[in-house]
Design a protein around this ligand. Structure first.
Ligand SMILES: Cc1cc2nc3c(=O)[nH]c(=O)nc-3n(C[C@H](O)[C@H](O)[C@H](O)COP(=O)(O)OP(=O)(O)OC[C@H]3O[C@@H](n4cnc5c(N)ncnc54)[C@H](O)[C@@H]3O)c2cc1C
Ligand SMILES: NC(=O)c1ccc[n+]([C@@H]2O[C@H](COP(=O)([O-])OP(=O)(O)OC[C@H]3O[C@@H](n4cnc5c(N)ncnc54)[C@H](OP(=O)(O)O)[C@@H]3O)[C@@H](O)[C@H]2O)c1
Length: 442
């Protein structure tokens, strides 16, 4: 039976899925609710799929954040170490142009339902300009992203100020002259606190635990490049030396009035930020404890401190969300996520997830390798192991990092180890830099 493959989403993961399917001569079509390629990296001042804001720059450096098939040197050798969201959007769109992907994408098309009939068929319902359409596909490739459906915190009491999530934070201006409280210790929270502190009357950041704040540079080099040089060292030893380096270069959190770090490196997703500690020491961002309750505009913290805030920005992360599946078919929103290589379902052979992992590093280089394995399987060049159920369970039992049990820690991988695991399934000449399909003039 000939294949007809549907790809959901053309963000950084979806474009590499599509490219690699087409490279092997497979019949694939991608759907995206947006008007163009880029996913999260299409900044918009209005509420949209994207969660980036006007000043967002990537946190992994460019040489560790590129596709093997289309590097930043292939795109623009002048690209900065840490490109902005707009440079990344242009990079992803250039990838899609180079490999003639546009003719295989239906934009402005929301996938609303996917029903699995059997191992050879999915019935996919889409909506374009209010018109619904149902089509059958043999295989389904899910690349809908996992940083767009906000996870809100709950507190006792009522709050009468403005309460927003970082997903809708687009720029700092609306917070000018306001008293702002940012919640969270992840990359969004630290970026947002730094940005609002430039214009606000006062910005504070509330942490429910201690986080390592890793600078973007060590010894004049991107810090992930330093990490890469030691990636051959076993994780435990690597983590020990990285912590030591951090202690020497940055110092303890208590020097900044922040909650102390109480977990080992890797047990919590790392936060990369060069400005937060500087802002704290310049009195622009005030460290605060976890929130106990809210009352009017008042926030009561767990140490008893009470302060009034005009706005609270919850940077409390996102749900893994697949609204187009019936919940009894797929629901990973509460974890665990038992998928082999974070992509193969233990039972459904015609379902793939690409880019649904959280690396300590960048997502799309790993997504590219996943896409190549998937395409090889669909083209009959690779076979999945027979004991896939066991392997799925093993990934849950023996994760790369034993992380603390909070909702964001269900799909973490070590960037280098994950790449090595994926590369084992690919031939040595896996890189393919030239378009394999012809551009069709439409
Ligand atoms: C502020 C911020 C900064 C980040 N910085 C980094 C970073 O430095 N490095 C890094 O690796 N990651 C970073 N991320 C994570 C980010 O998720 C990835 O960079 C990347 O965007 C993942 O690509 P993706 O294609 O998997 O998902 P997305 O980029 O989210 O793309 C998903 C696509 O699917 C489409 N889609 C979704 N649902 C449907 C549907 N039902 N029907 C049709 N289309 C649909 C969307 O329109 C979108 O185009 C950041 C995230 C945020 C929020
Ligand atoms: N510049 C950039 O490139 C950039 C910027 C922003 C985001 N990102 C990326 O985008 C993704 C999402 O990042 P994110 O920071 O938005 O989300 P995140 O990584 O999930 O972090 C959420 C933070 O909120 C905390 N939190 C969650 N629920 C809470 C609650 N009820 N009360 C108090 N604190 C709570 C979490 O605490 P726990 O530690 O306890 O879980 C964590 O500190 C990540 O991959 C991140 O690296 C990148």
């Amino acid at each position: 039976m000939s294949k007809k493959i549907a790809v959901i989403g053309v963000g950084p993961s979806g474009i590499t899925a599509l490219k690699n399917l087409l490279d092997l001569g497979l019949n694939a079509i991608a759907f995206d609710r947006n008007q163009d390629v880029g996913g999260n990296w299409i900044f918009s001042e209005n509420e949209s799929h994207s969660s980036v804001f006007d000043t967002t720059h990537i946190i992994s450096s460019k040489t560790l954040s590129q596709y093997a098939d289309f590097t930043f040197d292939d795109f623009d050798p002048q690209t900065a170490d840490y490109p902005s969201h707009d440079e990344l959007r242009r990079y992803f769109q250039a990838y899609a142009h180079k490999f003639h992907l546009y003719q295989h994408i239906r934009f402005n098309t929301l996938v609303i339902h996917c029903e699995r009939v059997n191992d050879q068929e999915w019935v996919v319902t889409t909506e374009t300009d209010g018109i619904q359409k149902t089509e059958s596909f043999t295989d389904l490739v899910v690349c809908n992203g996992h940083h767009w459906n906000p996870r809100w915190p709950q507190y006792p009491g009522d709050y009468t100020g403005e309460f927003v999530h970082s997903h809708s934070f687009k720029k700092a201006d609306p917070f000018k002259d306001k008293r702002v409280l940012v919640i969270g210790g992840g990359n969004s929270a630290c970026d947002v606190a730094v940005e609002t502190s430039r214009v606000s009357k006062m910005t504070a950041i509330s942490w429910r635990r201690g986080y390592r704040i890793i600078p973007k540079f060590f010894f004049g080099q991107p810090s992930d490049k330093i990490g890469e040089k030691s990636s051959w060292i076993p994780l435990k030893i690597r983590s020990f030396f990285f912590d030591l380096l951090l202690k020497v270069m940055v110092g303890d959190n208590k020097l900044y009035g922040l909650r102390p770090v109480e977990n080992k490196f890797g047990e919590i997703h790392p936060t990369i930020n060069d400005e937060l500690l500087y802002k704290i020491r310049h009195g622009k961002v005030k460290p605060r404890m976890d929130i106990n309750r809210l009352s009017g505009k008042k926030v009561i913290f767990e140490d008893g401190l009470e302060e009034e805030y005009d706005a609270i920005i919850a940077c409390t992360g996102y749900y893994l969300s697949h609204p187009f599946f019936d919940q009894d078919l797929i629901d990973y929103s509460k974890g665990p996520v038992p998928l082999y290589l974070k992509m193969f379902h233990p039972e459904y052979k015609n379902l793939y997830f690409i880019g649904m992992f959280q690396p300590l590093g960048c997502i799309w280089p790993g997504a590219e390798l996943q896409a190549k394995i998937m395409a090889r399987e669909l083209a009959g060049l690779w076979q999945r192991p027979e004991n896939i159920k066991e392997l799925c369970e093993l990934e849950i039992k023996k994760p790369h990092y034993k992380q603390i049990n909070t909702p964001r820690h269900t799909i973490t991988v070590d960037f280098h180890k994950f790449k090595r695991d994926l590369l084992k399934h690919l031939p040595k000449d896996y890189i393919s830099k030239h378009p394999k399909i012809q551009k069709v003039e439409i």
